[in-house]
Design a protein around this ligand. Structure first.
Ligand SMILES: Cc1ncc(COP(=O)(O)O)c(C=O)c1O
Length: 438
């Protein structure tokens, strides 16, 4: 490798259009050139290091350049890198589908693959709509999502997303969608618990479905934690009620576990924490441990049966060239091996308790509001009037060897699971110092 940070920054800004970025902001905000990664750390070309406190956009579970994942991929490369999945199949995709079906909430035995998270959401939306059409109810074509929801940036996923910054410009292109209240646990008061807030929000959904179920295909939710809304957390009672309402009104439930899946909220899938099974389960991000783009939609026998027919057009004719990529599936199988062999869910439960204790100085900090925690996610809102808080915090964190990207005024930690106590303490101490200095 050659060149220093300055060279890679200049070349990148000349040639690469970076995602989710007003490129002009890089006139003043540092672009971080990454030379390599190891464990929870990323290293730049000038020899500085940064603790990856956001798991590289919520994808990394077991660290960068993980030796087990590396070895699994090298072995897979020796036999098959990719083959088309229409008309063909291969070992990694079969094994992965079998294992996901066994691990997911009951009844989700059919795996359809995409690449990024948004492609899984598109698949679930299209499948739900097409299911109702195949069942001679084409009028059931509406979708319901939650206030503050985020399901991705492609046009279908954006239509069920409620983050104005991402959505507003493209609104004329988006299909109509109903938005219902979010059971945000921050609305708790002395007399009203998170479960009470959840019950109220479910009542609002019920009112909507009572009127519109005949024209509604599906309700889509991010179970337990709405990531892009700013790590908004809510009580599992909401999910139980949504499941019951969807069943009662004959509407699909799509669980978007693209961020929450693979142990983030404390169980392998957040739906488990509510004891529910959706009709569609969307998975991505951590599925390959942060190595390769892969997404998957698991669906029920009932959904699958609605497409199974002599007529080609009744089938789900959706495809992407890299559907079920063998290398990505191999990485996902290795991730599942690590969960099993290292008893990751139990280890994370103990870690999560220790980390929450380590974060106590933040929970009681004078500028911190609504400190919250779920599994391997910690978040809080900062009392500040500065509209550029997130950007300033990001730059200040880099100065302290931390890679953290607040969402508006919400600071969160979502580290890879291999982060140790001393590394987590660095996140806490650095954040406290930044808040004190602001
Ligand atoms: C809940 C949820 N759904 C969907 C997506 C979109 O995934 P991707 O960015 O891989 O398209 C994200 C990404 O952050 C997400 O958090």
């Amino acid at each position: 490798m050659s060149g220093d940070n300055a060279e890679w920054r200049a070349r990148s800004l000349a040639a690469v259009w970076h995602p989710c970025t007003q490129m002009k902001s890089h006139e003043t905000l540092p672009l971080v050139p990454i030379a390599r990664g190891s464990g929870a750390w990323l290293y730049d070309f000038d020899g500085r290091r940064f603790l990856d406190g956001v798991s590289s956009w919520w994808v990394n579970l077991f660290g960068h350049a993980n030796p087990r994942l590396n070895a699994a991929l090298v072995a897979q490369l020796e036999s098959l890198e990719h083959a088309l999945l229409a008309g063909c199949t291969h070992r990694p995709v079969v094994e992965l589908s079998e294992r996901l079906a066994a691990l997911a909430p009951p009844g989700l035995g059919h795996a359809f693959y995409g690449s990024d998270g948004a492609s899984a959401v598109e698949i679930a939306l299209k499948m739900s709509f097409h299911y109702w059409s195949n069942r001679t109810k084409p009028e059931k074509r509406g979708f319901v999502s939650l206030e503050g929801s985020y399901h991705g940036e492609t046009l279908g996923a954006l239509a069920v997303t409620d983050v104005p910054l991402f959505r507003a410009t493209y609104a004329p292109l988006l299909m109509a969608n109903a938005v219902v209240p979010c059971p945000d646990a921050r609305r708790m008061t002395e007399t009203r618990s998170a479960a009470d807030i959840a019950i109220d929000a479910a009542a609002a959904l019920e009112a909507h479905l009572a009127r519109h179920h005949a024209t509604t295909a599906a309700v889509i939710v991010e179970p337990l934690v709405q990531g892009a809304a700013g790590m908004v957390m809510y009580d599992a009672e909401y999910l139980r009620r949504v499941r019951a309402l969807c069943t009662r009104y004959g509407v699909h439930l799509i669980a978007d576990e693209i961020m929450t899946g693979f142990g983030r909220t404390g169980r392998l899938f957040a739906c488990e924490q509510a004891g529910i099974a959706p009709d569609f389960l969307c998975l991505s991000k951590g599925i390959t441990g942060g190595y390769l783009p892969l997404s998957c939609v698991l669906s029920t026998d009932d959904v699958y049966a609605a497409f199974y027919a002599d007529d080609a057009a009744r089938g789900f004719l959706h495809s992407h060239s890299y559907t079920g990529n063998a290398l990505a599936c191999r990485a996902a199988l290795c991730v599942l091996d690590i969960f099993r062999d290292d008893d990751v869910i139990a280890a994370n439960a103990a870690k999560s308790q220790r980390f929450t204790a380590l974060a106590a100085p933040l929970a009681t900090h004078g500028r911190v509001r609504h400190f919250r925690h779920q599994g391997m996610i910690w978040a809080f809102d900062v009392a500040t009037d500065r509209p550029d808080f997130a950007r300033r915090f990001f730059a200040a964190a880099l100065e302290r060897e931390l890679l953290l990207r607040p969402i508006d005024r919400t600071v969160y930690f979502m580290p890879p699971y291999i982060v140790d106590d001393a590394e987590f303490a660095l996140l806490v101490e650095g954040t406290r110092a930044i808040l004190d200095a602001e």
